[in-house]
Design a protein around this ligand. Structure first.
Ligand SMILES: *Cc1c(COP(=O)(O)O)cnc(C)c1O
Length: 364
C-alpha cells in the first residue's frame, strides 16, 4: 500500500452521510449567501478559538488582505513577513497596498522570531505577519512586545495552541484558510478572520461586503469575499472532529521521533509550551531530493516545500534589497522534506517511513 504525503479522504469517510444530509438542508433552505450556516459556523469557530469574533471570507489569501486593510494599512506601509512560507502571505500584503519586508526564521521552529523581525524593522513598519509554519505556532506573544499589530497567519495551524491559547487567538487578528488540504478543510475555497477587537471585526464585516455595513451605503472600497453557505455547512460537521484529528497528527509526529528518525535527519523542535497542529512533518536533510526519490521507490510520498523562498520570486523583486541575506531561510528551502502525515496514519506506516529513511542513510 502506498503511503501518501497526506490523506484528506479517509478521515472524512465516516462523516460523508452527515455532510450530504447537511448539503441537502442548505439546498432546501436556499439562503446561499451569508445565511444561517455561515453565522452559526462563525459563532462555533469563535467559541472553539476562544475569541470574540470570527468572520468568514472566501479564502485564506483574502483573509490576510482584508485583515491588513482593517488594521489601517496604507499605501507604502511596510509589513514584516517571513520569506519561507506560502506565497499568499506576502502577496496579500501587496494587494492590501503594503510593501512586504522579508525576514529570516529559526531553524528549529521554522518560524520568525523576535530577533529576525527586529532586523527587518524600519520607521515605516506598520504590521507583522507571523505565519504558524507547518502548524507550529509562531512566538506571537513575544512579537507583540515590539508594539506593532501582529497578524497571525494561522492557515496551517487550526488545532494548534501555544501556552494554552489556541493558534488564531494569539495576536491582534488571525487568518485561516479552509482549502481542502488544510487541517480544517472544506470542499472548495474558504477562509476566516478571528479577532477579539470589536471595531476591527466590524471593519472586516464591511470590507467582505463591498465596504458596506448596511448593503445600501458604501463607506469603503472593499471586496466581494464571503464564506459560502455550503462550505460553512460542511465546516460545521468537521469542526467537532478537529481536536481528535490533531491528536492523531501528534501521535504520528511523536512516533517519528521515537522511531529514531532524529539519528538521520534534523527534526522539527517546537518551542516550549507549543502544541503544534502538524500540518506537515518537515525534516531537514543534506540530500532531500535523493531521499525523496528513494522513498518514492518504497511507495512513500514525500515533498520539499518552498524551494524558492519568497524574496527570490520574480513578483517580489520590487520589494527586495540587493544585499538581503536570509541564511536560515536559504538552508531550510534547500534541505527540507515533508514526510507523510495524516490523522489516520498507522504506527506500522510510521515505522515503515522511519526504516526507509534509516536505510537511505546506511546506503549513503
Ligand atoms: C494556504 C495558505 C494561505 C492561503 O490560503 P488560500 O485559502 O489558499 O487562499 C495563506 N498562508 C498560508 C501560510 C497558507 O498555507
Amino acid at each position: 500500500m502506498p503511503i501518501p504525503l497526506f490523506d484528506t479522504m479517509t478521515p472524512l469517510a465516516p462523516l460523508r452521510d452527515r455532510i450530504v444530509a447537511k448539503l441537502g438542508e442548505v439546498a432546501q433552505d436556499a439562503r446561499f449567501i451569508l445565511g444561517p450556516e455561515v453565522e452559526a459556523f462563525e459563532r462555533e469557530f469563535a467559541d472553539y478559538l476562544g475569541v470574540r469574533h470570527v468572520i468568514g471570507v472566501a479564502n485564506g489569501t483574502d483573509a490576510i488582505t482584508i485583515a491588513l486593510r482593517a488594521l489601517g494599512l496604507r499605501e507604502g506601509d511596510e509589513v514584516v513577513v517571513p520569506s519561507l512560507t506560502f506565497y499568499a502571505s506576502a502577496e496579500a500584503v501587496v494587494n492590501a497596498g503594503g510593501r512586504p519586508v522579508f525576514c529570516d526564521v529559526d531553524p528549529d521552529t521554522r518560524n520568525i522570531t523576535l530577533g529576525t523581525v527586529r532586523a527587518a524593522l524600519t520607521p515605516r513598519t506598520r504590521a507583522i505577519v507571523a505565519v504558524d509554519l507547518f502548524g507550529c505556532p509562531a512566538p506571537v506573544p513575544e512579537l507583540r512586545e515590539l508594539g506593532l499589530p501582529v497578524l497571525e497567519d494561522a492557515a496551517q495551524a487550526a488545532g494548534a495552541s501555544l501556552g494554552g491559547r489556541r493558534a488564531g487567538a494569539l495576536g491582534e487578528v488571525a487568518t485561516f484558510s479552509f482549502y481542502p488540504s488544510k487541517n480544517l478543510g472544506c470542499f472548495g475555497d474558504g477562509g476566516a478572520i478571528a479577532t477579539d477587537d470589536d471595531a476591527l471585526a466590524e471593519m472586516v464585516r464591511a470590507l467582505r461586503f463591498h465596504g458596506s455595513r448596511d448593503k445600501v451605503s458604501f463607506d469603503y472600497v472593499g471586496y466581494n469575499s464571503r464564506l459560502d453557505e455550503l462550505q460553512a455547512a460542511i465546516l460545521r460537521v468537521l469542526l467537532p472532529e478537529l481536536d481528535a484529528w490533531t491528536e492523531g497528527r501528534r501521535r504520528v509526529a511523536q512516533g517519528y521521533g521515537q522511531a529514531g528518525l532524529g539519528d538521520h535527519a534534523r527534526l522539527p523542535r517546537p518551542p516550549a509550551g507549543a502544541a503544534p497542529a502538524w500540518h506537515l512533518y518537515v525534516i531537514l536533510h543534506s540530500h532531500p531530493e535523493e531521499l525523496r526519490t528513494t522513498l518514492a521507490e518504497h511507495d512513500i510520498h514525500a515533498r520539499g516545500y518552498y524551494r524558492t523562498p519568497l524574496h527570490r520570486q520574480v513578483a517580489m523583486r520590487p520589494y527586495v534589497d540587493d544585499g538581503l541575506k536570509l541564511p536560515v531561510t536559504y538552508e531550510l528551502a534547500a534541505t527540507n522534506l515533508a514526510l507523510p502525515l495524516s490523522p489516520v496514519m498507522s504506527d506500522e506506516q510510521v515505522g515503515q517511513v522511519a526504516r526507509a529513511v534509516a536505510e537511505f542513510a546506511r546506503a549513503g
